[in-house]
Design a protein around this ligand. Sequence first.
Ligand SMILES: *Cc1c(COP(=O)(O)O)cnc(C)c1O
Length: 422
Amino acid sequence: MRDETKCLHSGYTPKNGEPRVMPIVQSTTYVFDSTERIGELFDMPTAHMYSRFSNPTVEVVEKKIADLEGGVGAMCTSAGQAASMISIMNLCKSGDSFVSTSTIYGGTVNLFAVTLKKFGVECIFVDADASEEELMAAIKPNTKAVFGETLANPALAVLDIEKLAKVAHANNIPLIIDNTFATPILCKPFDFGADIVVHSTSKYMDGHALQIGGVIVDSGKFDWTNGKFPEFTEPDESYHGVVYTRDFGAAAYIVKARMQLMRDLGCYPAANSAFLLNLGLETLPIRMKQYCENGLKVAKYFKENDKIESVSYAALEGDKYYELAKKYLPDGVCGVVTIVMKGGKKAALQFMNGLKLASNEVHVADIRTCVLHPASATHRQLTDEQLVAAGINPGLIRFSVGLENVEDILEDIKQSLDKVEI
Ligand SMILES: *Cc1c(COP(=O)(O)O)cnc(C)c1O
């Protein structure tokens, strides 16, 4: 099946007389006819036992997203943040480190630099545009993973995934990619060597600003038996001696994430949320196509306006990431356009406050056009140095182009820009 078909059919095939759409299975638990059967399930989780870590409605979405990314399995989480956290905690324990590019979502910077540090896990930040040699030099003997974002939020830098995969694999560690902005419709990181993909499904996948969510997808390709990951190859005493690589083969990573971390943390989405997420996924391919079309028109409009200092949109010829975008995002680079206003923060805020159709909100990648000033919102907690490293200028605006008629979006931009004094 191709993506459009997968979005409609993957994950659920109703049998004779069953509902056309997977129902919302609103139940914390499941009934079995014997204690022996429950005992067997604890040995081999082949059925749903408890909705803290699996549920039939959520499973449909997990299978659909795994299929779209080309992975062997997926696990949904109650937020993108939980997906990023579990993706790392499934590999690192206290005393370990991992490498991350610095041009990533502000919330992830905070999670990695502050919260994981409190757990004794060190994040080594690197410049995504650094050479292979420089990246190699950042990796230490206790480094267990490399992390990056396909399309960095909000700098819109395109990641050279193959370069990072090469560096990670030369060190026998996996590459984790946050593919939120691209979605599997625009880029499939596994095709370029990534081993694990995470998403905030709160953005384009849900698409309608309905519910927060995340997902982790396992490519099934990484060799966990290479000696660096004893937790995968030695018995897990917290789970009556399971050996993940022996018992679950290619799905070792995602099963371990569910049976250890989701079991203990419980940040699993509700069935109702997964049902809504599934609705969003059904139309993802056609929506992404339109976002890319609208995004490019808006980016071009900004580019020609003399009140705008710079536009970051990798599908624009001349953009710093144009060549990388041609390789990794040949069908378009989503609907998020980043601009820097002349006149800095003051002009940026004046432009944003003057918009009538586009709304000011803490969101991005929504079906409705919205804008955000990262330096005073999502990235507020970062120091000036971190802001620069994350590619954020005080006059920078993240303009998330929606699916309104693009002429209405352009007219709104025009009327507000006309009023900005520089
Ligand atoms: C929003 C976002 C996250 C965090 O996801 P939540 O669902 O808000 O927890 C992570 N990565 C990227 C790229 C994001 O845009």
